[in-house]
Write a protein that binds this ligand. Structure first.
Ligand SMILES: [Zn+2]
Length: 337
């Protein structure tokens, strides 16, 4: 993150004029995000000790997934890469114990477009009545609109959104090999349309995610008896210079869960996790779950300048170590009682 970006970013946050997209700096009560008094430095003790071995979570294997996904770029709706990404994710899941895969398919008509949409839902230990959702999005921005020189060029999307998909797939592989299952059943969801109906994310003033609200409006189809206990969302987590800060809307929705996750993260990878939360809120696939009354938070390093949504969002900006920091933390978190 450049100092320039930081000062501009915070100035914009203070003025509450985010151009839409990934960010909102004001919650429903009209409270400025930077005035929210929640933070991860609480006195409440959380027991983060888990014995689960996470050495088999392989950052290089996850990075190879990012490289694979970038080959399909763009992975936006109504592009050939979109279906290739779906096929790839489903075939990788079939190699794991997350092999009960459902494709939730529908047609979205928005912004003058008609789009075939697919959310991918993969269940692990489906007999366990306790459910936790681990999610990401797999659609990508249609073009590198923030690129100064070539704003119409393809946006490779290594970090946004290859990294989230890579974390989930590698976690699915690892959980499938561990001798004991976690105490909760896990539903991995790969959401479509996070980047909005024009696949421009924050570059579209009318940006809103499509796939996650579609899912939460039909929650009972997947959870007829009880709602999932919580939802974790992963986006933009492979930056070589990873600095993960808790985000404000997740802190409001699931403060104790955020604290547990960050406590583990700071033990697993103190260089990657920061105690001080970010002063802003981010709109991502966890947002629909807030509205559905399910505690949820996003793990994201939003400060990815100057590469964010440009032609420079390529795998060389990512590192295996960053992916491992996130993935190993996630596995330990899932084994908490
Ligand atoms: Zn994203």
């Amino acid at each position: 993150m450049s100092p320039n970006f930081r000062s501009r970013f915070l100035a914009v946050a203070a003025l509450l004029i985010f151009p839409a997209g990934l960010l909102f700096a004001q919650d429903k009560a009209g409270q400025k995000a930077d005035q929210v008094k929640v933070d991860v430095k609480t006195d409440a003790k959380t027991d983060v000790k888990t014995d689960v071995k996470t050495d088999s979570w392989d950052g290089n294997r996850a990075l190879a997934t990012v490289v694979d996904l970038v080959k399909f770029t763009p992975r936006a709706m109504e592009t050939p890469g979109h279906q290739k990404a779906i096929d790839y994710i489903v075939s990788e899941l079939k190699k794991t114990k997350f092999d009960a895969v459902t494709q939730q398919r529908w047609i979205a008509r928005e912004a003058g477009r008609t789009m075939a949409m697919t959310n991918i839902i993969a269940r692990f230990n489906p007999a366990n009545p306790r459910r936790v959702i681990v999610a990401t999005h797999y659609d990508s921005i249609i073009k590198a609109y923030r690129d100064a020189k070539t704003p119409d060029a393809p946006m490779p999307g290594a970090n946004n959104s290859g990294s989230g998909v890579a974390v989930l797939l590698e976690t699915a592989r690892v959980l499938s090999e561990l001798p004991e299952a976690p105490p909760v059943g896990i539903d991995m969801i790969f959401f479509d349309g996070e980047e909005g109906p024009l696949s421009l994310g924050a570059g579209d003033p009318n940006f809103h995610s499509i796939g996650s609200p579609y899912f939460t409006e039909r929650l009972a189809e997947f959870y007829p008896n009880a709602k999932p206990e919580k939802m974790l969302d992963f986006d933009m987590v492979c930056d070589r210079d990873l600095h993960l800060k808790a985000e404000q809307s997740g802190l409001r929705s699931a403060p104790l869960e955020v604290k547990k996750f960050w406590d583990i993260g700071m033990e697993v990878a103190p260089h990657a996790f920061e105690r001080q939360p970010a002063p802003y809120a981010i709109q991502d696939d966890h947002t629909a779950f807030h509205l559905a009354g399910i505690p949820s938070f996003v793990v994201i390093d939003f400060e990815y300048e100057p590469f964010y949504n440009t032609t420079e969002d390529t795998p060389d900006k990512c590192s295996a170590q960053s992916l491992e920091a996130v993935g190993r933390t996630l596995v330990k978190y899932l084994y908490l009682p």
